[in-house]
Design a protein around this ligand. Structure first.
Ligand SMILES: *[C@@H]1O[C@H](CO)[C@@H](O)[C@H](O)[C@H]1NC(C)=O
Ligand SMILES: *[C@@H]1O[C@H](CO)[C@@H](O)[C@H](O)[C@H]1NC(C)=O
Length: 188
């Protein structure tokens, strides 16, 4: 019996190889998710307000670099900023913080105001506390609705993918501070 099994073993392994290695010749393969959380099967909608505070002595967004032509550019082309902006449940800054938007934005469009956004949305409250989403995309700030891809995530948002839509909620012409409403849809 044992010798028969030994004899058949190479045949089994060939069969197993044939079923796991596809036409792509082991360059890629589908794997079973090791944990249920790794199955991107849940769609989550997040809704919050993003506070970009540039005024006062405790700004949450600061300019860190300018190009030689940035000041004379209508679109501030070349301006680079870093932000650690609070995210709140409601439009008021006092409405309860749910996370921070930490990242870099750069004015990257010479014709129409357009920012390159490279941000981590860092959640600090509720079931998503400790989880992050990676948002990367183009933000044409003067448009009514701006859409940016969600390209990944950590924690609860592992394998996250989706999109964020940003809408200006209020802008203070005197201080330059802005409140932006965000709707984020993510599969994870
Ligand atoms: C551009 O403007 C900023 C802020 O007003 C100022 O600090 C900087 O010196 C200016 N740069 C140039 C090259 O004029
Ligand atoms: C706009 O900003 C100015 C200067 O910081 C402040 O005095 C004013 O109260 C702000 N307006 C609103 C509506 O928040």
């Amino acid at each position: 019996m044992a010798s028969l099994l030994l004899l058949l073993l190479p045949l089994f392994s060939v069969l197993i190889l044939a079923t796991t290695i596809t036409e792509s010749e082991a360059f890629s393969r589908a794997v079973k998710a090791p944990y249920p959380v790794h199955k991107p099967e849940k769609l989550t909608h997040l809704h919050f307000y993003f506070h970009d505070i540039i005024s006062g002595n405790k700004p949450t967004a600061v300019a860190v670099a300018r190009g030689p032509t940035t000041n004379s550019s209508a679109t501030s082309f070349g301006l680079v900023g870093v932000a650690d902006d609070p995210l709140t449940v409601g439009p008021e800054i006092t409405s309860g913080e749910v996370g921070r938007a930490q990242g870099v934005y750069a004015s990257a469009d010479q014709k129409n105001t357009g920012l390159l956004m490279v941000f981590n949305l860092v959640f600090t409250k509720g079931e998503f506390s400790g989880s992050t989403l990676a948002m990367y995309g183009r933000n044409q700030v003067l448009s009514k609705v701006r859409e940016m891809p969600i390209i990944g995530g950590t924690g609860t948002f592992r394998f996250g993918r989706g999109y964020a839509q940003a809408k200006s909620f209020s802008y203070n012409m005197t201080s330059g501070d802005a409140v932006v409403e965000y709707d984020v849809y993510v599969w994870h």
